[in-house]
Design a protein around this ligand. Structure first.
Ligand code: GLY
Length: 346
């Protein structure tokens, strides 16, 4: 089993091994004295993996309860969060017990926020089952829900107590879901790791499983390094947002329906690279296309820019955005919203 230690304000391990979900009870028993857990999952992931996780927990002496909500971003809201709180209360979950997020980014984000706020904080374990959740959202402690004003606008930093990554779970993903995670993987290559980017250039969506263990480990290790340097997102951590300012705008333009986060990030990386490093554009686009990701959008720039001015990273009237002029090297740039609008105007 590979281990990555994340040395944040509360340190924890990320465990990476094929089949590790079957040992989740034993692994969780190693980090808590409590023998009571609440699993939070969605209907799709729950139908695939809840029994395996529950059996393993019960074999290791845990009493388990489980809350399931409908799969999808539309569940990451105040109403489902309220249902989770009620469920935890009715199940008698106390501060010494543990929540388990079993699923993709939506499950991890809402469970993490419930863990940050229920009883002013209970521990939680991430068992991410999508590529995006394994390489990005399960590590680093960002938790959130969406509100009508936008995605992830209400949340907290809450590091998990343990992350269990089983890359076998990625085999059940749809091509679209895998492709969505690959946008974040390509982003890591662009911002920090030329070797990773070059490996990705030699593969495609059909054969990427051959190098999946290596990819998951490399991306988590990059994220660990960035998060350890800037846990609370005041500086370096912003590089993880390469492609995201415009990516979130495109997702918003599509009303967060039929347009995945990965598609938004892919196009966002292309738009910013077209503008600030046109010499890299063709290479980036070729790589994204190999993973069936889009490289352009029908959304007019003038209609995307208002979404950018609502970006979470906006502070003191400035917007931060990330530019990669060399593969593997990211720069954080700041400008006023109106300057950014001028740069991006076509
Ligand atoms: N997903 C970006 C971050 O964790 O900062």
């Amino acid at each position: 089993m590979k281990k990555i230690n994340v040395n944040t304000s509360t340190p924890y391990e990320v465990l990476i091994e094929r089949g590790s979900i079957k040992k989740s009870g034993e692994l969780i028993a190693g980090i808590t004295k409590s023998r009571k857990v609440a699993i939070i999952t969605d209907d799709i992931v729950g139908s695939l993996y809840a029994e395996t996780v529950t059996d393993s927990l019960k074999d290791n002496g845990f009493e388990c309860t489980m809350f399931t909500f409908p799969n999808g971003e539309q569940s990451k809201n105040l109403s489902v969060l309220g249902q989770i709180f009620d469920f935890l209360c009715e199940s008698g979950i106390t501060r010494s017990d543990m929540l388990i997020a079993l699923g993709g980014g939506v499950v991890g984000d809402i469970t993490g926020f419930a863990a940050a706020s229920y009883l002013r904080g209970v521990d939680f374990v991430q068992i991410p089952t999508t590529l995006l959740a394994q390489v990005d959202s399960s590590v680093g402690g960002k938790t959130a829900i969406d509100i009508s004003g936008g995605k992830n606008l209400v949340g907290a930093f809450k590091q998990p107590a343990l992350v269990i990554c089983d890359s076998d779970t990625l085999k059940t993903l749809t091509a679209e879901n895998l492709s969505c995670g690959m946008a974040e993987v390509i982003k890591y290559g662009m911002i920090r790791d030329r070797d990773l980017f070059e490996k990705l250039e030699c593969h495609n969506l059909e054969n990427v499983h051959e190098i999946m263990d290596d990819i998951v480990y490399t991306c988590i290790d990059i994220k660990r390094d960035v998060v350890e340097n800037d846990e609370f997102d005041k500086g370096e951590r912003m590089i993880l947002n390469f492609g995201h300012t415009l990516g979130h705008a495109i997702e918003g333009w599509h009303n967060y329906t039929d347009y995945t986060h990965g598609m938004g990030v892919a196009v966002g990386m292309c738009l910013i690279t077209n503008k600030f490093a046109p010499e890299l554009s063709e290479r980036l686009k070729k790589c994204l296309t190999a993973y069936k990701l889009p490289t352009d959008t029908e959304a007019p720039m003038a209609e995307l820019l208002p979404y950018c001015s609502k970006d979470k990273k906006r502070a003191y009237g400035n917007i931060s955005y990330i530019v990669c002029k060399t593969i593997g090297v990211a720069e954080i740039r700041k400008s006023t919203v109106s300057e950014f609008e001028k740069f991006m105007e076509v």
